[in-house]
Design a protein around this ligand. Structure first.
Ligand code: C2E
Ligand code: MG
Ligand code: MG
Ligand code: MG
Length: 293
C-alpha cells in the first residue's frame, strides 16, 4: 500500500542519515581525517557582473565565484551540502570541515592568480556554528598569513539569522575581520528575520537576493515588488546586490532593468570544478549577451 511505501522511504532516509552521521563521526579519528579530506572538493559557481557596452549591449564584464562544497562519498557517490552540512553542524564536525573549506578556497585563489586569471573573488559560506562558536578570526588570520592571500578577494557569506542571534558581538567580530580586508556578504536575504534598515549597521559589502524571490517572480507581483525594493534600498546603502538562482532570460531582463547587474544562476552556469571554472572564464569573459536582444 501507499502507506508502507511511505514508511519504507522514511526508514531509508533515517538509515541514510545515520550512515552519514557515522561516517562523519569516524572522521574525528585523526588518521581518518586525512582520508576524508581527500573526498571533499570545492565546486565554483560563476557570479557574473554585466555591463552595457558603448553600443548598448550587455557584456560579461567580470566573473567571481562562490565556493560550494561537494563530497565524493566512497559508497554513495556525489553528495550535495544539503545532505551532510546539517549533520556536520549537529556533530560539531563543521568546524573541521569549515576550516578545510577556507584553506582550500585560499589555495584555489592563489592557483588562479598564478594562472593569470583576471582577479576573481571567491565567496565562502560560513556555517552558524563556525561563525558563532569557533575562533573564526584567528583561523582566518592564520590562513591569510600562511597562504599569503589577497584578502580583498575573499568574501564570507553569512545569513541574517546568524548575525541576529547576537548582533552586538557579531558586528564586533565582523568589523575585526573586515579590517583584514575580507568582505562580508549577506546570503539568502529576505528569508530570515531582520530588516535592511537594521542590517545597514553591519559591515556587509554585498547582499544576495534569495532564490525563492527569483523563482516565482514571473508569476508573482509581490515577489517582483520585494525584489525591486531590495535592489533600490541596497543601492541607497551602497551595497552590491547579487541575484541568486536566475534561470530564465525573463528573470534576467527584469533584474537588469531594475538595476541588479550581478547574476548567479543556472542561466549562466551550474557550480563546476576549479578546472572547468577556469574554462568558463576563458570562454565567456568580455562576451556579449546576445540572447537578450
Ligand atoms: P547558498 O549559499 O545559498 O548557495 C547557492 C545554492 O543554490 C547552491 O546549492 C547552488 O548550486 C544553488 N543554485 C545556484 N543557482 C541556481 C539556479 O539557478 N537554480 C537552482 N535550482 N539552484 C541554484 P548547493 O551547492 O547545493 O548548496 C546549498 C547550500 O549549502 C548553500 O546555499 C550553502 O548554504 C550550503 N553550503 C555550500 N557549501 C558550503 C560550505 O562550504 N560550507 C557551509 N557551511 N555551507 C555550505
Ligand atoms: Mg552562499
Ligand atoms: Mg544563497
Ligand atoms: Mg540559499
Amino acid at each position: 500500500s501507499q502507506f508502507s511505501i511511505y514508511t519504507e522511504e522514511m526508514r531509508k532516509k533515517v538509515v541514510e542519515r545515520m550512515d552519514i552521521h557515522q561516517f562523519l563521526l569516524k572522521s574525528l579519528e585523526s588518521q581518518a581525517i586525512l582520508e576524508i579530506k581527500k573526498q571533499f572538493e570545492l565546486f565554483f559557481q560563476p557570479i557574473i557582473e554585466l555591463r552595457k557596452n558603448h553600443r548598448g549591449k550587455w557584456i560579461i564584464n567580470h566573473i567571481d565565484a562562490e565556493a560550494l562544497i561537494r563530497w565524493h562519498h566512497p559508497e554513495k557517490g556525489l553528495l550535495l551540502p544539503g545532505q551532510f552540512i546539517p549533520i556536520a553542524e549537529e556533530t560539531g564536525i563543521i568546524s573541521l570541515l569549515g576550516t578545510w573549506v577556507l584553506y582550500a578556497a585560499a589555495d584555489t585563489l592563489n592557483e588562479w592568480k598564478k594562472l593569470g586569471l583576471a582577479k576573481p573573488s571567491i565567496s565562502i559560506n560560513l556555517s552558524p556554528v563556525q561563525f558563532n562558536n569557533t575562533d573564526i578570526k584567528q583561523t582566518i588570520e592564520k590562513i591569510a598569513e600562511s597562504r599569503n592571500i589577497d584578502t580583498e578577494h575573499i568574501t564570507l557569506e553569512i545569513t541574517e539569522n546568524v548575525v541576529m542571534a547576537d548582533p552586538i558581538s557579531s558586528i564586533k567580530k565582523m568589523k575585526e575581520i573586515r579590517q583584514m580586508g575580507i568582505h562580508f556578504s549577506l546570503d539568502d536575504f529576505g528569508t530570515g528575520y531582520s530588516s535592511l534598515n537594521y542590517i545597514k549597521t553591519f559591515p556587509f559589502s554585498v547582499l544576495k537576493i534569495d532564490r525563492s524571490f527569483i523563482k516565482d517572480m514571473e508569476n508573482n507581483q509581490y515577489d517582483r515588488a520585494i525584489i525591486k525594493s531590495i535592489i533600490s534600498l541596497a543601492n541607497e546603502l551602497s551595497l552590491k546586490t547579487i541575484a541568486e538562482g536566475v534561470e530564465t532570460p525573463r528573470q534576467l531582463n527584469f533584474l537588469l532593468e531594475e538595476g541588479c547587474n550581478n547574476i548567479q544562476g543556472y542561466i549562466f552556469s551550474k557550480p563546476r570544478d576549479s578546472h572547468s571554472f577556469l574554462h568558463f572564464v576563458q570562454n565567456f569573459l568580455g562576451k556579449e549577451i546576445s540572447e537578450l536582444d
